[in-house]
Design a protein around this ligand. Structure first.
Ligand SMILES: Cc1ncc(COP(=O)(O)O)c(C=O)c1O
Length: 391
């Protein structure tokens, strides 16, 4: 085969569940001179990445650093590090990613107790605590802080507070929350958080920042050599934290430059300012959609601002709309994820895409493709857009 032509990908506004668009300076960071992964100059960069990540996770104790793999790796690393075959794991399942944690724990050989919620609802804190109580010796309770498949925020701080002082570890999937929604790993008492680079942090995909409490580190230290080699937290810490470094694997140098720049931008903006920007912009989108008569899947008090699940109106082909948004407007939005998911669009406003301009663009494109304003209940109409309005 002769060489393929060089790449010229189309420009898109990435308002799906991630990846989000990457700021220009993050892309530019990847064009800086390559250093070797064992170069002292590069290790200073690693240290800055770790320090900035710890601030963004809001943790000054324990251990915080990124894994060289996507968010799913952070999930799997947590399970293999904190759970032994035969141990009990309680998992809050409100959508696709809760199901995935349960599956990862089953593959580890754990006994999995699922506490389920309907799509669009959060998992009840009482039900989670009840499951822990009924399953004495539970090793780990795992929940999804921001369930990207439904747009629901899990009030994780309630469950961790109730379990504080117990032996039960708490793991939180923060893939869609880190850098976009309030998250205080240490103050809330979460033992293991994992996230990704490509959503609210605004870096390219392929990196999974994790953050562990001292309690989690003690558990890992008490079971040396039981995790997979690639996810061995203690060996990884010898590269990321200890100096001089000990080789573990060849890290993706340019991805780390990009992450460094993305984290710098988060802190330059201010973490709380960034949470607030996501909140304001997400609320604007949700208000405008509701006024146009679209029904939102997530229960109102637990809606994520950075990911809005919109019920596809009856009689509309959701996938065809997604295709036209890409082809005619260069706009990516997500569809339903998982076989049991109701027909929805998932609109992400993450990182630099959490802007009023992006919302206006999405609304105009939707209006052009799906049609004009729908009658909304809030304006006194009795015409529901779909049978699920108000769910
Ligand atoms: C809540 C949640 N958890 C885990 C993942 C998996 O992350 P990745 O696709 O980076 O492996 C995703 C990806 O979208 C997610 O949204």
């Amino acid at each position: 085969m002769s060489a393929a032509p060089s790449l010229s990908p189309s420009r898109r506004l990435l308002c799906g569940p991630g990846p989000s668009n990457v700021p220009a300076s993050v892309l530019e960071a990847m064009q800086k001179p390559m250093l070797g992964h064992l170069d002292d100059e590069f290790h200073a960069i690693l240290t800055e990445v770790v320090e900035m990540l710890a601030v963004i996770y809001q943790r000054s104790d324990g251990l915080t650093f990124p894994l060289s793999a996507s968010g799913t790796a952070g999930m799997e690393a947590g399970i293999v590090s904190l759970v032994e075959p035969g141990e009990t794991v309680v998992v809050g399942v409100g959508g696709f990613f809760g199901d995935r944690i349960a599956e990862a724990a089953r593959r580890r050989g754990a006994r999995v107790v699922e506490v389920r919620a309907e799509p669009g609802a959060h998992v009840s804190t009482e039900a989670l605590l009840d499951a822990v109580q009924r399953n004495r010796g539970t090793a780990l309770l795992a929940v999804v802080h921001a369930e990207t498949s439904t747009g629901v925020r899990q009030p994780i701080e309630e469950v961790v507070q109730a379990l504080s002082g117990s032996d039960v570890m708490v793991m939180a999937d923060c893939v869609t929350s880190l850098g976009g929604t309030e998250l205080r790993a240490q103050a809330w008492g979460i033992d293991y958080c994992f996230s990704c680079s490509q959503k609210c942090l605004g870096a390219p995909p392929g990196i999974s920042p994790i953050s562990l409490s001292p309690h989690a580190l003690e558990r890992i230290a008490s079971r040396p050599g039981t995790a997979l080699l690639y996810f061995d937290i203690e060996l990884l810490a010898r590269y990321w934290i200890e100096r001089p470094v000990t080789y573990h694997h060849t890290v993706p140098v340019l991805q780390i430059y990009a992450l460094h720049e993305a984290l710098r931008l988060v802190l330059e903006e201010g973490l709380e300012n960034r949470w607030e920007r996501h909140a304001r912009v997400g609320a604007y989108l949700q208000r405008e959609l509701s006024e146009r008569g679209f029904a939102l899947l997530a229960e109102e008090s637990y809606r994520l601002p950075q990911l809005t699940a919109v019920v596809v109106p009856e009689g509309v082909d959701g996938r065809a709309v997604q295709r036209r948004l890409v082809e005619e407007h260069g706009l990516e939005v997500g569809g339903a994820l998982g076989s049991s998911a109701p027909p929805i669009w998932r609109i992400g406003l993450m990182g630099e895409n959490a802007s009023f301009e992006a919302v206006d663009y999405v609304l105009q494109a939707l209006e052009a493709v799906v049609g004009g304003r729908r009658e909304s209940r809030s304006r006194g109409s009795t015409t529901a857009v779909s049978g699920r309005e108000g769910s």
